[in-house]
Ligand binder design. Structure first.
Ligand code: MD6
Ligand code: FE
Length: 210
């Protein structure tokens, strides 16, 4: 189905919609905002509760940010690395997320947290569920920029079969409802050079955490 922005909306599974190219026309604005956020709250590789350093580097903006350390996963109003609040969420992030969520069937989404993931070639994100948020009634909106990646979608149990979804610069995925607690991950990023973003993939994951 064609959307108002000339992109294509693809149902990945019940509750999960890929809005192909939905963020393409905003990429310059999104990347400029990302640069300002990373200058204030730099990307860092966090440690899992099990003691492993993640291959994906992360930072956040918004009222709260997602963090992990030896004590567990949580949303924190402060950046532990700086002892300061996270940078504010730019209006363009919130508006994009709200509009994309509405197009995918989740009107009234108002994100308060944006996790920013930076993948360099070789980085990956193993299968997980997003379950640190207070209310699973809210969807998650995910924006991909830079190098292409393969997203892995499973079911509600870790062992369920997975499907692979290629994600390119400007793609937006929204999932919620019956897909909200689906296992998902990102396969090892292949080397390459994106004309605008360079040798990396950036991902914004917008959520209502509180
Ligand atoms: C990523 N995203 O695409 C990692 N989680 O880099 C996620 O883990 C994720 O994209 C929940 C909903 C959308 C996502
Ligand atoms: Fe996730």
């Amino acid at each position: 189905m064609q959307d108002l922005f000339g992109g294509e909306n693809v149902a990945v599974r019940a509750g999960a919609t890929l809005l192909r190219g939905r963020a393409l026309s905003l990429d310059t604005l999104l990347l400029a905002a990302l640069e300002r956020i990373a200058a204030e709250a730099p990307f860092r590789r966090m440690v899992t509760p099990g003691g492993f350093e993640m291959s994906v580097a992360m930072t956040n903006c918004g009222t709260v940010g997602w963090v992990t350390d030896r004590t567990g996963y949580r949303y924190d109003a402060r950046d532990p690395a700086r002892g300061l609040p996270w940078p504010a969420m730019p209006d363009i992030f919130a508006t994009l997320a709200q509009d994309a969520a509405a197009e995918a069937g989740f009107p009234g989404f108002t994100p308060d947290a944006c996790l920013i993931n930076c993948y360099e070639p070789g980085a990956r994100l193993s299968l997980h569920q997003d379950k640190d948020e207070a209310d699973y009634g809210h969807p998650v909106v995910s924006v991909s920029l830079g190098l292409p990646a393969t997203f892995q979608f499973g079911g509600l149990k870790r062992g369920d079969p997975t499907t692979r979804v290629p994600l390119s610069h400007g793609d937006v995925i929204v999932w919620g409802g019956p897909a909200r607690l689906a296992y998902h991950g990102v396969l090892t990023l292949k080397d390459g050079e994106h004309p605008v973003v360079g040798r990396r993939r950036l991902n914004l994951t917008l959520r209502k955490a509180l």
